[in-house]
Design a protein around this ligand. Structure first.
Ligand code: GLC
Length: 511
């Protein structure tokens, strides 16, 4: 493949990010637009008309942006963003603790107005935004060492409010978080209600992050302090300890559950296909009463004999075997997956490169819901027609997650090169080729939000242009390929280190 001069494209992307996309409130940067407001065709000099909510600051769209700022020496922008989101965390009794999907600056009063789903199309509420906040907070302190930020009472109160949303009695026993359709990056109906993978991997990251952030405060007040036992009379501190312990236990159960129910490969599928149904009792092999007929035939060729991945959803009788790119990348990045499972995931991606990369990496999910499923399960959602938008469209903003997953895997690899060198070489070539595609096609096509069709060669039918996470995604891919060591930026503490943190609080008594 011809190599393109990266300098011009990267220069352009940086210009768009730093000079065009940042939103200010009272002269203070508060985040970036989802897409740059475009001049009106009829009156190019007039201020652009608002384009639905694409002129708002979305928490999820700002995740790549803030990580880029952090890596680019602008940790201050990430810290300010975390503070701003914290100020907007809901305190309304019905939604207390949730973070907004998006917000905008009210021009007259210069105040921030948040959307928790009450304005969103279809009234969906973005659960992922709330899960991303503690993850981003952990990324910030881990990278900068600014633990005094996380020790502030307002930050600890925010974490406590967030965890109250998660750690409460519910009508289910499973450790997964149950959400309505469209509660994450896929924010329109696509039959992703229940326990979709992306939410569960984010939950795992959010739990680990929260434990570390709480511990950063408690270790000063309780563990390393002579006034430790006096501190235990404080109800806030007791709640912190209780949440730290509960969050640790939940993270442990969640990982085990995801590996048991979501992870599939050639071997596990054969076991699943031969399970009995309609079993009652505690120790059964088919807990969710899944019938063999729900297991699609395309899996056979897709998995091959070396591939594996986390499926999209587990629901009673109705598992979702679609492959979701972001959930799987996060499963690797947060080490939900073991080292060898990550290898199987990368092998699967390489084997199915035509489906997942095509002419524009990465496809958001595969395969799309086809005609009758599209009608019945999306309610005729025209944006989500088969091979379009969320329903199998290609999103360049996703490539950097895959790059991070691959690079950190390669860096932690202790396996002798001669055994796995071939896989690593193929992955490296695949990333370089994908990077060249982005470098060439994105500026040429004005940084679209997404691409359509089985190969992703068509510009998305309703794609916005100058989409912020598209040009930021290219900047991140460029950054990581040039500085692979930075792929640790999203590293989570391992489950083992979380368990040893938790052990320090096991013997504390206050009754
Ligand atoms: C679309 C996407 C969503 C994104 C938003 C703003 O709604 O589905 O993931 O956050 O646009 O870019």
């Amino acid at each position: 493949m011809a190599r393109f001069d990266s300098v011009q494209s990267i220069h352009h992307a940086r210009h768009l990010l730093y000079d065009k996309s940042i939103v200010y409130c009272r002269d203070r940067p508060v985040g970036t637009f989802a897409a740059l407001p475009q001049p009106r065709r009829d009156r190019p000099d007039a201020p652009p008309d608002p384009d639905l909510n694409y002129n708002e600051v979305f928490i999820r769209d700002n995740v790549p942006v803030m990580i880029y700022f952090l890596l680019d020496g602008r940790a201050d922008l990430l810290r300010d963003f975390l503070d701003i989101c914290l100020d907007l965390q809901s305190t309304d009794p019905q939604t207390e603790g949730i973070f907004p999907s998006s917000f905008y600056v009210e021009p007259n009063s210069q105040t921030l107005v948040a959307d928790y789903g009450q304005r969103a199309i279809g009234r969906v509420s973005s659960v992922d935004a709330s899960l991303w906040w503690p993850i981003l907070a952990h990324v910030y302190v881990q990278r900068t060492g600014d633990w005094s930020w996380s020790q502030q009472p307002k930050v600890q109160e925010g974490i406590q409010r967030f965890l109250r949303l998660i750690l409460h009695p519910w009508f289910r026993h499973a450790p997964t978080l149950y959400v309505p359709d469209g509660a994450f990056m896929i924010d329109r109906p696509l039959d992703v209600w229940g326990a979709p993978l992306e939410i569960q991997t984010l939950l795992y990251g959010a739990l680990l992050s929260s434990v570390v952030l709480i511990h950063s405060d408690l270790k000063e007040k309780v563990i390393g302090s002579t006034a430790g036992s006096a501190a235990l009379t404080d109800p806030f501190i007791r709640q912190q300890i209780w949440q730290l312990r509960y969050a640790t236990a939940l993270a442990r159960r969640l990982r085990r559950y995801l590996l048991q129910h979501y992870w599939i490969n050639g071997k596990t599928i054969q076991i699943l296909r031969r399970r009995p149904t309609d079993q009652y009792g505690e120790r059964v092999s088919n807990e969710y009463n899944i019938r063999t007929e729900t297991i699609p035939h395309w899996l056979q060729a897709w998995l091959g004999d070396q591939g594996g991945y986390l499926i999209g959803n587990i629901r009673t009788g109705r598992p979702d075997f679609r492959f979701f790119s972001l959930g799987n990348c996060l499963g690797a990045i947060f080490d939900v997956l073991t080292f060898s499972q990550q290898r199987a995931l990368f092998q699967l991606v390489l084997n199915n490169q035509a489906d997942l990369f095509g002419e524009m990496p990465l496809r958001i999910c595969h395969p799309p819901l086809d005609a009758s499923d599209w009608r019945n399960k999306t309610g005729y959602d025209s944006k989500n027609r088969p091979w379009c938008y969320h329903n199998g469209g290609h999103w360049p903003c996703l490539l950097w997650y895959f790059v991070v997953a691959v690079l950190r895997h390669q860096q932690t690899s202790t396996t002798p090169y001669y055994r796995f060198g071939h896989l690593h070489e193929s992955l490296w070539d695949c990333l370089q080729d994908a990077y060249q595609v982005l470098l060439k096609r994105l500026p040429e096509q004005k940084w679209p939000e997404y691409f359509d069709g089985p190969t992703g060669v068509w510009l998305g039918q309703e794609a916005r242009l100058y989409q912020t996470w598209t040009f930021t995604g290219l900047l991140l891919v460029h950054h990581f390929l040039n500085k692979p060591a930075d792929a640790t930026v999203l590293d989570m503490p391992g489950l083992r280190s979380i368990l040893s943190i938790e052990a320090q609080y096991q013997d504390l008594r206050w009754d």
